[in-house]
Design a protein. Structure first.
Lengths: 200, 200, 200, 200
DNA sequence: GATGAATGAGCATTCATTCAT
DNA sequence: AATGAATGAATGCTCATTCAT
């Protein structure tokens, strides 16, 4: 019965959609499983059929979102050849996705912290994955002589931290401007950290 | 009766000390008011005599810690004349304090997120305050011609984000190395964002 | 699934039964939700599934009891034609019900006062409803010329007050005599207030 | 040191005044000893120096007020010779006092019920005392042949209940009209219960 | 006499999770 | 798959009362 499995899949996604909305609106702590069930138009028992618990919902949501994010990043990166341009494209892809999905940004940067220590590990892994991605490209750039040898681990940390901060402030301040509007200027500053000078 | 008021003051600080310990050990949610009372060697009612509620304790703790942090920063900054050196000193002061008080860092950067949306506002204000401080110094540097005109708001955001990220990773990864050890390298990268080249 | 809803209905009534018992035995303040749950053979959470809070239980109980009371009154009144006889029957019906359900009387007249100001309003409404009922009948009697024109609002207040006092004293003094035994004499006095002379 | 004792007396009365205000405003349950202390411009400890507990405050207040009430009644009654006129004067005196001290009325008729079973006994005694006073006068009137022999215990209960109800409704409905305005009409109805016909 | 800090038993309420149907 | 009733451990908060100073 693929029809049934399809329905189950649909319900699973429905619940994640509802969870994104509820977690974003009320925060992890204040989000009730009842709220998620109601918004997913199912029952509490229904939610527990698909997920073992509240934290698991958050985790699944984080993973689904991270997958989406990395897909976008990989796509953007594939269009570039130059390592620095790749890293550059990755950052822009992140900004673009978050810009059009503010709730996703809130989920990643704000609510994830309130979901308990268990989540920190997973979140740290995601951060590390993205950081490592940037670092790899910077390493390539060094190797190719495009940039001078530097501590790429630290540089990727700076890039990631700056990106993080930009998005976080945009989320918390509820800034109505499109997030990527500030990217050219940010790009100029970040490239300088690796010794490249460009004009915005 | 200053003796009585002194005792009350002492108890107030005792409770905050206990709260710092408990919040950083168990996280905001898992921290019980009972735990705080026990560690402060008083009763639950005693805690509630001094504070209106759990969140207020966290808030007071955050404020006390922020005051301590800013004192250190101001002190370090006062020893410098050059605006860039001032901003530089501020960052180093932060790293030094957090390096010797990891629990404080955890409080500011991790637990604060789990303490509910009301805390986010206060935290954002603290971040903004520190960011603005850096920005002011960069503005001065521009004015004095020490650095070329740039978007100082963005630059301060980058500096703050990088600092934030460095400390956060150090906290979450439980990195045993002293935090300030990485500062010279970070400093080099950050100064490049404003067009200054120094060797670590 | 009417079976489920039936079970829920039954549990709801079970809780109200338990609440009547506990409230009359311990008073509103001293009554614990735990006691009610235990006596209803359910859990505290079960009680809170059916009611939003302790006061709501009391309110629902008051309403259910008032409904029962008014049903008895209406039934007794329907058997009479003469307006004065109707009012008369109403009072007797009240006495009879309370006489056989002392706990109900205690609930209405004593405990209701301890359940907070919100309850006073509801209670006042119930009193007003019953008073108005008596008054309507006295008005009819005046219209039909059965009794001389009088201030029926005041008369109904006197009747109600006397009835109230009789029951209250019976409840508080824990008088073992059946309550309605005193009704013939009371009836004689009350009818005199509207100018009718009967022998007990 | 009579000066000291005077000061203590004054403080004692101050606390009772504050208690009247607080109990009336918030009800017995919601009234905090802290509130009473604050309104009496003393400290919680100060209150406990003068009274053994919250309930004792209420009791003392009830007694002080009852004394005041009975003084007024006795005074009014002393001016009359005829037993029925005496009872009549007693009722009017009650109405007059309550009319000018609504908070006292609320204390006696509404809040007293919420102060727990221990208070019911004392309150019942006060009620009984006043009822008995009316009854004694009615008995005298029977003895003197002024009224026909009747169940004076029941009649006094009716009188008391009617009075009670009139005041209670006035208190709860927050009726702005002077309470005693309705007395002539009430008097007419009550006198009818003992076979006397007067015009308001 | 008075203060205010401290106590601690008490309790309503919440909510993630379970499970009979 | 889904429902919704039920569970019960967990916990923040209240407040009358005590007591050292």
């Amino acid at each position: 019965m693929p029809a049934i499995q399809e329905r189950a899949q649909a319900r699973y996604q429905q619940i994640l959609d509802a969870a994104l909305s509820v977690f974003t609106r009320r925060g992890y702590r204040e989000a009730l499983v009842d709220d998620i069930a109601a918004e997913a138009e199912t029952s509490k028992g229904g939610v527990y059929f698909h997920f073992p618990g509240k934290q698991a919902i958050f985790l699944a949501l984080l993973d689904r979102s991270a997958g989406l994010l990395m897909d976008r990043v990989r796509e953007a990166v594939a269009a570039e050849v130059d390592p620095v341009a790749k890293a550059d494209a990755a950052l822009l892809a992140v900004l673009r996705l978050f810009s059009s999905h503010r709730s996703l940004a809130r989920l990643f940067l704000v609510e994830a912290m309130g979901a308990g220590p268990e989540l920190h590990a997973r979140l740290a892994a995601l951060h590390a994955e993205f950081s490592a991605f940037i670092r790899r490209n910077l390493d390539d750039a060094v190797q190719q002589g495009a940039i001078a040898p530097i501590d790429t681990e630290l540089a990727s940390l700076v890039w990631f931290g700056a990106l993080n901060q930009l998005v976080t402030r945009w989320v918390i301040a509820d800034d109505p401007r499109p997030l990527e509007a500030r990217y050219p200027a940010l790009r100029t500053l970040l490239l300088r950290t690796v010794g490249l000078e460009v004009t915005p």
